[in-house]
Structures are given as structure tokens and as C-alpha cells.
Design a protein around this ligand. Structure first.
Ligand code: C2E
Ligand code: MG
Ligand code: MG
Length: 523
């Protein structure tokens, strides 16, 4: 109301935040230049403070005498709030409220400068969640987001006030431990252990009980790098090393890792080139049906004929291809080559033979996997039941709705589904039966010791009995000797595969093997 202020000294509006020096500057400007404008904090009638943009100018009469000061202002509290918000957004991650990459780099540089002065150590811990993408893909982004928020809170709970917790994006977090006393590496490892433990405890989110594990890589200032960029890069390298050691662990950076990383990168790009140049080929290993003694199925096993390195087995390149992506292109090539072979086998009078293909988790998670396979089966006119897909037991561990739907789709394409390396993933057969599978393949580690290790023998016997009661066929893989064969036959194993019968062979040698083992087939 006008009467509240009429006749009063403008001082009644003051919020008391402006210092005497600032007022002095203001008056000096008004007296010298006849004008001042700037930001000032005032008080509203209800007592609340707000920032305003105030312009004060002077008014003179005809004789040039100062008669009035005129002040006009606009309330800039909203604009200030927006500015502050923008500042916050620029420096923080929106989801978790943690400092973002930009802010982390800035603060890490400050921390390093003072650590340098005080001769302290600083540890950079690079944290990445293992298989987080699966949670996003199978349960949706809102659950994934809620999990990340929980992870952020747990990380904050692990550190001291002076440490920094930041999120780089996705499922990557960084902790900077400041003021680590020289030679106290055990403080850093105990922090890393704490993080691995805390993040691995079950998360209760939206009715789901979720489990996720972290891989942590650590670099230490000044030994592993003297600037923020080098420390971050080396912690990242150490994190990849932790992943390659089976995930769910922490690793300190070591210089040799950079060489290993470079080698991996070289292998990966060589692999992409190799796919384009047709350096990959398939070997085939027969599966024998015990009741009839006939070869009924061939497992396709990929090999890489590298121009310099020679013939490489899948263990050298499949894990890497899966981690870095070339498996998708390689997997498509394998499927197409197998379809071509199936067509060819039929033409040669082996139309009863099936081919089994190994497919890894990354391939299955592609939303177009079933469609792509359906198109191939159409193009090559492959009848139902001739193609088998082998999925490792470890891949089916999550058993999501998406996976069940995918398996049903594959089933309706006429694809036979089998669980590879069975027994290594601790999943129960009852649970696996939620998937429309037809076969399990007993892992060769059990077969190897079946005559000497009682546990392995028991696992094999129990698996065969249970699989049969669920209507599943059992393949024993890695059968190398006559006693193993006899033992497994006594257990009523349906099919066997292994060096005892035949090694994986290039297609021409395999055709010769088939001709000598199924004289009635091709004539
Ligand atoms: P897997 O599917 O369990 O394949 C069986 C492995 O056991 C093959 O190794 C085969 O050569 C080996 N093997 C067969 N009989 C015997 C035996 O009597 N004794 C012993 N000790 N080993 C035997 P390989 O060819 O080195 O393949 C290794 C793994 O690579 C495969 O394990 C499979 O998981 C993966 N793999 C192979 N080809 C492909 C592919 O095209 N795509 C994908 N995603 N993975 C593949
Ligand atoms: Mg297999
Ligand atoms: Mg296997």
C-alpha cells in the first residue's frame, strides 16, 4: 500500500544484506555520474527478502540543484532462481543430484593442486555397474533410474565429507578420496572393498528385488598420474581390467594394463576387418544319438583364420567380441552361413541333419534377433526343427519376461532351443522350464571327471533324471574316452559329442566323416 511507504526513508525496504562499502560505492556513482544501477536485496512487507535490479537517477531543477532521487526497480528473484538452477544443472547430474563430469574435473584439479602442496595422495575410484544395461532393458528405464539413485545414495554413505562422489553418466560413478596419507594404500583398498560390498547388497525397488555388482578401477596421485585427465584415464583402464577378471571386484592401475588395453583394441579392430574380409569360418562337430548310433546334429563352432596369427579358437576372441560389439556382425554371419549349409546338406541327401548354433547374450538382447532369424529361415527355406540355438546357462540366469517372450518367438519359428554348459550356472531345472527349451547340454567339466569325482557323477545322474522327467533331451559334451561314454550311456544320456567320436572339423572333412558313418544317408 502506498501509505505504508509514503514519506519514509527508503532504508525501511533494506534487507540488511548490502554492506556499507557497497552503499558507499552506490552513492559515489550517483553523485559523480547522476546514475547507478545494480542488484540489491530488499525486504517485502511480509519480511521476506528478494533480489531486485534497482536504477537510481537524480533530478535537478532549472538552476541545476539536486531536488530528487528517482529509484525504479524490477523484482529479479525469478530470474535469479532460473540462473541458479542453470548453474546447478550445468554442474550436477539431474538424476542423482551428484556433481557431473564437468564439475568433477574442476574439483579434481583443485584437490590435486592442494594435495601437491601438502604432499598428500589422492585416489580416483572409477565405478561401473556390471550388466546394468540388462536391468534397463528388461525392467525398464524407470526402475533403472531408481536403482542409480539408490547407488548414488549408497556411495555417498561410503565416503567422508571431504571426498567427492560424482556421476559421469549411465552407470559410471567416480569417487575421489582426498588427503590419503602417504603409504596408506590399505585405506584405499578398504574403501574399494566397502563400495563393492555395499553396492552388491540387494536393492528393493518397486516390488523387485534387484542385485547388481560393481567393477572398480583405482588410480592414485601422484604415482599413476599427475593431472586429472591421466588419473581418470588410468582408473578407467583399471576398471576394464576388473571387468576382464570376471567383474565384481576392484583393481589398482598398473602400467602393464595400458599395454593390455592397446592389445585388446588392436584385436577388436582386427576382428571387424576380419569379418569384412571373410576370415572367419565354421567347423562342425557331430552329435551322436546313442540309441541309433547315428549323427543327428552338428554343432557349428566358429574359428578365425587370421592371415598372420593363424587359426584362432573362439576363447581368444568371442569374450572380447561380446564385450565390444563385433559379436553382432559375427553372429549374423554365423547364422547365415549355417542356413546356407543346412540348405546344402539337404541337397546332398542329409536333410535329417540339424545344426546347432551358439548364441550369446548380447545377440539375444537385440530386439530384432527373432525377426532377423525368421527372415533367414525363410530365405533359405529351412524347415522347422533343423536349426538349434544353444544359449549358455549363465545367459538365462536373469530369466526375464523379455527372454521368455523371445524364446517363445524362436520356438514358433521352429527353432530347437538348448541350454549350453548346463550345471555351471547353478540354475534349477524347474526354473529353466519356464523357458520353452527342448535340450540341455551337460557341461564338459562334469563329464571330464565323471568316473573319478563323485560330485560330478551325482550332478550328471541327477541332471539326466530330472531333465527326462521334464521331457528334455540330454546331450553330454566333451566325451573323450570309452569309460566316459559307457558311464553316460548307462545314465541314459540321449546324445553325446566329443573327441571320442569326432573333433570339430572343417566342412569337407566333416562330409567325409558323415559319408563313412552313415552309409545309408547319401548315395
Ligand atoms: P561350447 O558351445 O560349449 O562348445 C564346445 C567346445 O568344446 C568347443 O570348443 C569344442 O571344440 C570343445 N570340445 C568338443 N569336444 C570336446 C572334447 O571331447 N574335449 C574337450 N576338452 N573339448 C571339446 P571351441 O570350439 O573352442 O568353442 C568354445 C566356445 O566358444 C563354445 O563353447 C561356445 O561357447 C563359443 N562359440 C563357438 N562358436 C561360437 C559362435 O559362433 N558364436 C558364439 N556366440 N559363441 C561361439
Ligand atoms: Mg555350444
Ligand atoms: Mg558347451
Amino acid at each position: 500500500m502506498a501509505e505504508d511507504v509514503l514519506g519514509q526513508n527508503p532504508r525501511v525496504l533494506s534487507a540488511g544484506r548490502t554492506t556499507p562499502d557497497e552503499y558507499a560505492d552506490m552513492w559515489r556513482a550517483i553523485n559523480e555520474r547522476g546514475r547507478w544501477d545494480g542488484e540489491i536485496w530488499d525486504r517485502r512487507k511480509d519480511g521476506s527478502c528478494y533480489p531486485k535490479w534497482l536504477t537510481i537517477s537524480t533530478l535537478h531543477d532549472a538552476q541545476g540543484r539536486l531536488t530528487h532521487y528517482i529509484g525504479s526497480f524490477t523484482d529479479i528473484s525469478e530470474r535469479k532462481a532460473v540462473e541458479q538452477n542453470i548453474h546447478h544443472l550445468a554442474h550436477h547430474d539431474m538424476l542423482t543430484g551428484l556433481p557431473n563430469r564437468f564439475s568433477l574435473q574442476h574439483r579434481l584439479r583443485q584437490v590435486l593442486a592442494s594435495a601437491n602442496r601438502d604432499r598428500q595422495q589422492v585416489a580416483v575410484l572409477f565405478i561401473d555397474l556390471d550388466h546394468f544395461k540388462r536391468i534397463n532393458d528388461t525392467l525398464g528405464h524407470s526402475i533403472g533410474d531408481a536403482l542409480l539413485i539408490d547407488v548414488a545414495a549408497r556411495l555417498k554413505g561410503c565416503v567422508r565429507d571431504s571426498d567427492i562422489v560424482a556421476r559421469l553418466g549411465g552407470d559410471e560413478f567416480v569417487i575421489v578420496m582426498t588427503n590419503v596419507a602417504d603409504g596408506r594404500a590399505q585405506d584405499i583398498s578398504s574403501m574399494a572393498r566397502k563400495i563393492v560390498h555395499r553396492l552388491s547388497c540387494t536393492y528393493g525397488i518397486d516390488g523387485h528385488e534387484l542385485q547388481v555388482t560393481p567393477s572398480v578401477g583405482i588410480s592414485v596421485f601422484p604415482v599413476d598420474g599427475e593431472d586429472a585427465e591421466t588419473l581418470m584415464r588410468n582408473a578407467d583402464t583399471a576398471m576394464y581390467h576388473a571387468k576382464s577378471l570376471g567383474r565384481h571386484n576392484y583393481q589398482f592401475f598398473a602400467r602393464s594394463m595400458n599395454e593390455a588395453a592397446a592389445e585388446r583394441l588392436q584385436l577388436e579392430s582386427a576382428m571387424r576387418r576380419g569379418i569384412e574380409r571373410g576370415e572367419f569360418l565354421l567347423h562342425f562337430q557331430p552329435q551322436i544319438e546313442i540309441a541309433s548310433g547315428r549323427v543327428v546334429c552338428l554343432e557349428a563352432l566358429v574359428r578365425w583364420q587370421h592371415p598372420e596369427w593363424g587359426l584362432l579358437l573362439p576363447d581368444r576372441f568371442i569374450p572380447l567380441a561380446e564385450e565390444y560389439g563385433p559379436i553382432e556382425a559375427l553372429g549374423r554371419w554365423v547364422l547365415e552361413d549355417v542356413c546356407r549349409r543346412l540348405r546344402e546338406l539337404e541337397r546332398l541327401g542329409y536333410g535329417y541333419l540339424r545344426i546347432a548354433v551358439n548364441v550369446c547374450g548380447r545377440q539375444l538382447r537385440r530386439s530384432d534377433f527373432a525377426d532377423g532369424l525368421g527372415r533367414l529361415l525363410d530365405t533359405y527355406q529351412i524347415g522347422p526343427g533343423r536349426l538349434e540355438v544353444e544359449v549358455a546357462e549363465s545367459v538365462t540366469a536373469e530369466l526375464s519376461d523379455a527372454m521368455i517372450v523371445l524364446f517363445q518367438e524362436l520356438r514358433s519359428l521352429g527353432v530347437t532351443l538348448s541350454i549350453d554348459d548346463f550345471g555351471t550356472g547353478y540354475s534349477s531345472l524347474g526354473r529353466l522350464k519356464l523357458l520353452p527349451i527342448q535340450k540341455i547340454k551337460l557341461d564338459r567339466s562334469f563329464v571330464a571327471d565323471i568316473e573319478t569325482d563323485n560330485n560330478d557323477a551325482t550332478i550328471c545322474a541327477a541332471s539326466v533324471a530330472l531333465a527326462h522327467s521334464l521331457g528334455l533331451a540330454v546331450v553330454a559334451e566333451g566325451v573323450e574316452t570309452e569309460p566316459q561314454f559307457a558311464y553316460l550311456r548307462a545314465l541314459d544320456t540321449d546324445l553325446m559329442q566329443g573327441y571320442y567320436f569326432c573333433e570339430p572339423l572343417p566342412i569337407d572333412q566333416l562330409m567325409a566323416f558323415l559319408a563313412s558313418h552313415s552309409p545309408t544317408a547319401a548315395s
